[in-house]
Design a protein around this ligand. Sequence first.
Ligand code: CAA
Length: 287
Amino acid sequence: MQIEKVMVVGAGQMGAGIAQVCAQAGYQVYLNDMKEDIVEKGLGVIAKNLERQVQKERISSDEKERILARFIKSIDLKDAKNADIVIEAAVENLKIKMQIFEELDQYAPAHAILATNTSSLPITEIAAATKRPEKVIGMHFMNPVPVMKLVEIIRGLATEGEVYEAVEAMTERLKKVPVEVNDFPGFVSNRVLMPMINEAVYTLYEGVATKEAIDEVMKLGMNHPMGPLTLADFIGLDTCLYIMETLHEGFGDDKYRPCPLLRKYVKAGWLGKKSGRGFYVYPSKDK
Ligand code: CAA
């Protein structure tokens, strides 16, 4: 199964990162979102990241231009007709993802793989929105995508072996490390990470320590590159809450109950770095 043309649905922080690594690996990339200004913003982030690599003399200016020339802007899911693989990185919401997959299934050629970057939702259920569940697979990248080596690859119940192998080979071409996991809520990454973040929020909620102290303990004591509350802000508190709710509902176990403080922040619109405020406040240039 030959993959050359990629469509990335969603030009936010994950989608733009995925699109960047695909273009850097030589794929032609349709970068899709609902509005042109969101696509432009995603391409702006990519251009900035590539320029940083030019400044560090890792790539030449010509190479940067060649990578940027591999992008095609898209605001119509019908562009999936040109793709060998579509990687969906839209908002973490099952209803929305199922709707997108239903549409992609109508437009993408019969051979095309439909992958989702979902961080916790069931691949089998997303696949059920299509008439090609054997071509649906989970391809879970980590944030920031250009830096993080891991891609969790998750088969749905019906995913063909050939599709798994094609996605594994593509992941290696992206210079990432594929790790196979089974289709359970949160897979491995978020089954382990999110309860840790949620517990950090509880320690703040219960007044065990300040946010700075909690982060410092995990950074200096466990050698984590970021403290859990800083990491939660970086991922997005809405995403963290949604993943905890998926674990809570998926396993029916109260050990996954989201901390009320996390809910409160999300209700207040304090979504972390992207909204300018989460557990910490971010100056507007860092938004
Ligand atoms: N995009 C592209 N490159 C970035 C970047 C971004 N957003 N942020 C940092 N980088 C690059 C920098 O350019 C730098 O590159 P070089 O070393 O090549 O010069 C490198 O990353 C290190 O950056 P910094 O020196 O500025 O900062 P740092 O050493 O503190 O590293 C970090 C930043 C890589 C983000 C590090 O703090 C880290 O690893 N944090 C934890 C990230 C993590 O846990 N991610 C997983 C989140 S969970 C997830 O994604 C799954 C989910 O479903 C929720």
